[in-house]
Design a protein around this ligand. Structure first.
Ligand code: IVH
Length: 679
C-alpha cells in the first residue's frame, strides 16, 4: 500500500478489482487474472478487513462463505408467486399454443418469442435491495419457499452486489441454479474415489448442494446460476420486453443465457427447436427442453394466466435423457493402464436422442452400491458427450441371486493376476504389455488424433496387428514394412502405402504430443503440455527428480510418482529409444526448467508469496530463475529464501515456523539489481 492510500480506499479498490475478476471468470467465462493474482488480492482484503473491522461489508467478496451451519431453513413467502409452465411434447402442441396466443391477441400472427434453453436445475429467487443481495429462496410450492440465502451467496456467478447503476431499489431476479456436466463428472469421480455415493444427475447434485445446512459444504460444490426473469420490482423501471430486461440483468452483472434468441412466430420457434436439439449433446449443461416466452410485456399482460401457469409461455420438452431398460450382461474391458471396467450390455433403448446398448458401470464399488444383477431393470442416462451410464436399479429381476455379477479373479483378456486398488473400486490387470488388451488400448491411444495422429490406424487394424503378433509395443509400428502390412486381412496396396505415409508423417511431432501418446498413468493432454513447456526437451524431463517434476503445474506427488516409475522402467525406456531411433522427433527447446542451474542463486530454492507492488509474482519468479534459482510454490525446510508481500498467509507462517530467511519486496529488488537484473 502506498502511503497516500487510506485503508478504506485500498479496501474499496480491492473489492472492485475482485468483483471485476469474479464477473469475468464466473459470468463472462473470460478470466483475465491468474489464480495467484486473485488469491493475493483476496488475502490482502481479508487482512485489511481483519485489521479494520469497520471496513467489513456483507457484500464484500471475502464474505461468500458463512461460518456456521444453520439449524434449519426458514420459510420465505414469495411477493409474487413462482409459477410453473405448461408443457408441449410435440410440434402440434406448440402450434396449438401459438394459435391460442394469436387468438387472444386479436389475430396478430407476427408474435415475437424469446426462446431459451430450459435448464434442468433448481429454480431460485434472488432479492436485491439497493443493489445488495439480501435473500435467496427456493421456489417451494410456488407461494412459500425456503430461505437459502447463505447457500446462494456461495455461488460465484451470483453477484453479492449488482454492477453499474439504474437498477430498481428492490429487485427480485429469478433463474435456475444448475451444475455443468464437467463439474458434475468431477464431483462424482471424487465421490466414487472416496467410496461415497455419487449423485444420479446434475439436477440432483445441484438440489442436494442447495439443501445443505452448512454453507461451507455448498461452497465446495461447483454451482452455476443463470437468470431468466424478474419477480417483484419496487422503485424502478424496467424495459418493456423480456429481451430488454435480460440485457439489463446482464449489465448489472447477472448471468443470462447466451443461447437465447428472439424469433418471430411459430416458424421461428420450430426453427430454434431444430437448431438447439442438434446442439443438445454438445451443450455443457443439461436441458430438458426449450422455454418460449412472448417477448412484449404489454402482450403478456393481455394474455394473463391460467391457474398456476402463464398463458404467454410454454415449455417444449425434449426426449428424456434417462430411460429404463434391462441389463443383459456385464462384461469387463481392460484399458491401457490395465484398469478393468465393468460395462453393461443393455437391451437397446432410445435415450437422449440415440439408441444405447452399452453403458459404463464405472467400477466395482459402484456395482456393489447399486446391487445390480443381470436381468434387473436399470435406469440409463445419456447426457452431453459423456459415456452413457447406469445410474440406478428401477426393478430387481424376479429370480433373486440368479444374475449376480461376479468379479473377475484374473484378467479377462490375458488371465494374468489382478490387483484391487483404491478401496476395492479399481481392479487392475498386472500383465502389463503381456496383456493383449492393454497393448491394443495403448496402441489405439498412441495413434489417436490428439496423440501421434496416425491416420488410418483404426481399432480393427490395431486388433489384427496385436493378434498376429506383428506389433507388441508402439515402437514396433515404425518397423513395419509393406509386406507385413499386406499380410494383414483386407489390407490393399493403397491402404498399406497410405498407412506407411501416415506413420512417416507422424514422426514429426511435438514433445507434448509424444508425452501424451506414451500413455503414462495420470498424464493427460494438459499435463503433457505443461511438462513439455516446463522442461522443453526429453533429457531434462527424464533427469527431473520427483520434487522437480512437481514444480510443473498440474503435477502433484501422484503424477510425479507415475512419471518417475515410467522413466525408471527399462522396458519403457527401450520403447522410447526405439521410437527415437525410428525417427520420431520434435523441436527441442532449452527452458528455464531444463537449463542446468547456473548463476549467483544456483542451488537455492525461493518462494514468492503475497502481493508485490512493482512487479508481478511471475515476473519475480522469472527474474530469480534467470539467476539460477529454483522457484517453488511451496515452503519446506529446503527453501532458501521466502519473499513475502502484503497479504502473505500460510506460506509466511510456515516460513517463520521453520525459521527461514524471509525478505520483503524492497530487499528482493535490491538483490536483483545487485545481480544485474533490470527491475
Ligand atoms: S420461466 C412463469 N425460463 O422450468 C415462467 N423457466 O416448469 C416461469 N426453467 O420452475 C419460468 N429454464 O425452474 C423459465 N429459461 C427458463 C427456464 C425455466 C428452466 C424451469 C424453472 C421452472 C420450470 C417451469
Amino acid at each position: 500500500m502506498s502511503p497516500s492510500t487510506t485503508p478504506e480506499a485500498r479496501a474499496g479498490a480491492l473489492r472492485q478489482q475482485l468483483d471485476q475478476w469474479n464477473h469475468e471468470y464466473y459470468v463472462l467465462d473470460q478470466p483475465s487474472a491468474t489464480d495467484a493474482e486473485y488469491d493475493s488480492a483476496l488475502r490482502e482484503l481479508q487482512q485489511l478487513e481483519s485489521e479494520h473491522p469497520e471496513l467489513l461489508r456483507a457484500d464484500s467478496p471475502t464474505q461468500r462463505v458463512g461460518a456456521a451451519p444453520l439449524p434449519g431453513f426458514s420459510e420465505v413467502r414469495h411477493d409474487m408467486p413462482m409459477l410453473s409452465l405448461e408443457n408441449a411434447f410435440d410440434d402440434d402442441e406448440l402450434a396449438r399454443f401459438h394459435a391460442r396466443v394469436v387468438e387472444r391477441l386479436g389475430g396478430e400472427e407476427a408474435i415475437d418469442y424469446v426462446c431459451e434453453p430450459k435448464l434442468d436445475g433448481v429454480a431460485v429467487s434472488l432479492l436485491y435491495e439497493e443493489g445488495s443481495l439480501v435473500r435467496g429462496a427456493t421456489r417451494g410450492d410456488g407461494t412459500t419457499g425456503e430461505d437459502i440465502t447463505l447457500n446462494v451467496r456461495t455461488v460465484r456467478s451470483i453477484p453479492l452486489r449488482l454492477r453499474g447503476e439504474g437498477y430498481p431499489r428492490r429487485l427480485e431476479v429469478r433463474g435456475e441454479i444448475y451444475m455443468l456436466h464437467s463439474s458434475f463428472e468431477a464431483l462424482n469421480a471424487a465421490a466414487r474415489k472416496r467410496g461415497d455415493r455419487p449423485f444420479v444427475n446434475p439436477r440432483n447434485a445441484a438440489a442436494g448442494s442447495l439443501r445443505q445446512l452448512d454453507p461451507r459444504v455448498t461452497a465446495t460444490r461447483p454451482l452455476q446460476m443463470c437468470c431468466y426473469g424478474v419477480g417483484h420490482v419496487e422503485d424502478g423501471v424496467l424495459p418493456d420486453t423480456h429481451e430488454g430486461i435480460m440485457r439489463e440483468l446482464a449489465g448489472w452483472g447477472l448471468r443470462v443465457s447466451r443461447d437465447a434468441a428472439t424469433v418471430r412466430g411459430l416458424e421461428g420457434c420450430l426453427d430454434y427447436y431444430e437448431r438447439l436439439a442438434k446442439r443438445r449433446q454438445e451443450l455443457p449443461y443439461d436441458i430438458d427442453g426449450i422455454v418460449y416466452k412472448v417477448n412484449d410485456l404489454a402482450q403478456r399482460e393481455r394474455l394473463g394466466f391460467v391457474s398456476r401457469a402463464p398463458r404467454w409461455a410454454i415449455a417444449r420438452k425434449f426426449p428424456a435423457q434417462e430411460a429404463t431398460t434391462r441389463l443383459l450382461d456385464v462384461e469387463f474391458q481392460v484399458g491401457r493402464t490395465g484398469a478393468i471396467t465393468p460395462v453393461a450390455r443393455l437391451e437397446p433403448v432410445f435415450v437422449g436422442g440415440v439408441t444405447v446398448s452399452n453403458a459404463t458401470l464405472h467400477n466395482f464399488n459402484e456395482i456393489a452400491r447399486l446391487d445390480v444383477r443381470v436381468g434387473d431393470l436399470v435406469v440409463v442416462r445419456r447426457a452431453g458427450d459423456v459415456i452413457p451410464q447406469v445410474v440406478s436399479v428401477r426393478e430387481k429381476a424376479p429370480a433373486a441371486g440368479a444374475g449376480e455379477v461376479l468379479l473377475p479373479t484374473c484378467c479377462p483378456a490375458c488371465q494374468s493376476p489382478v490387483e484391487r486398488e483404491e478401496g476395492g473400486a479399481i481392479l487392475r490387470c498386472l500383465g502389463g504389455l503381456v496383456c493383449p488388451a492393454q497393448r491394443k488400448a495403448a496402441l489405439r491411444h498412441f495413434a489417436s488424433r490428439r496423440a501421434m495422429d496416425i491416420d488410418g490406424l483404426g481399432e480393427r487394424l490395431v486388433d489384427q496387428m496385436v493378434d498376429s503378433g506383428l506389433v507388441k509395443t508402439v515402437d514396433d509400428l515404425y518397423r513395419l514394412d509393406r509386406e507385413q502390412l499386406l499380410s494383414l486381412e483386407r489390407m490393399g496396396e493403397k491402404s498399406a502405402d497410405n498407412l506407411l505415409a501416415a506413420l512417416e508423417a507422424s514422426k514429426s511431432t511435438t514433445l507434448a504430443r509424444f508425452l501424451f501418446a506414451l500413455g503414462v498413468r495420470e498424464v493427460g493432454e494438459a499435463t503433457a503440455r505443461s511438462l513439455a513447456a516446463y522442461f522443453g526437451n526429453w533429457e531434462a524431463l527424464a533427469a527431473g527428480d520427483e520434487e522437480r517434476l512437481q514444480d510443473v503445474d498440474d503435477v502433484g506427488p501422484i503424477v510425479a510418482d507415475h512419471l518417475r516409475q515410467f522413466l525408471d522402467s527399462p522396458s519403457a525406456m527401450a520403447v522410447v529409444a526405439g521410437l527415437r531411433e525410428a525417427g520420431v522427433h520434435w523441436p527441442e527447446v532449452d527452458m528455464p526448467g531444463s537449463a542446468a542451474p547456473a548463476g549467483p542463486l544456483a542451488g537455492e530454492t525461493w518462494v514468492v508469496t503475497g502481493k508485490l507492488e512493482s512487479l508481478t509474482r511471475e515476473e519475480a519468479a522469472t527474474a530469480l530463475q534467470s539467476l539460477g534459482a529454483r522457484v517453488s510454490g511451496s515452503v519446506s525446510a529446503k527453501t532458501s529464501v521466502v519473499v513475502a508481500g502484503p497479504g502473505a498467509g500460510s506460506k509466511l507462517a510456515r516460513a517463520e515456523s521453520l525459521g527461514l530467511t524471509v525478505i520483503d519486496e524492497a530487499a528482493l529488488l535490491a538483490r536483483l539489481r545487485e545481480a544485474g537484473v533490470a527491475v
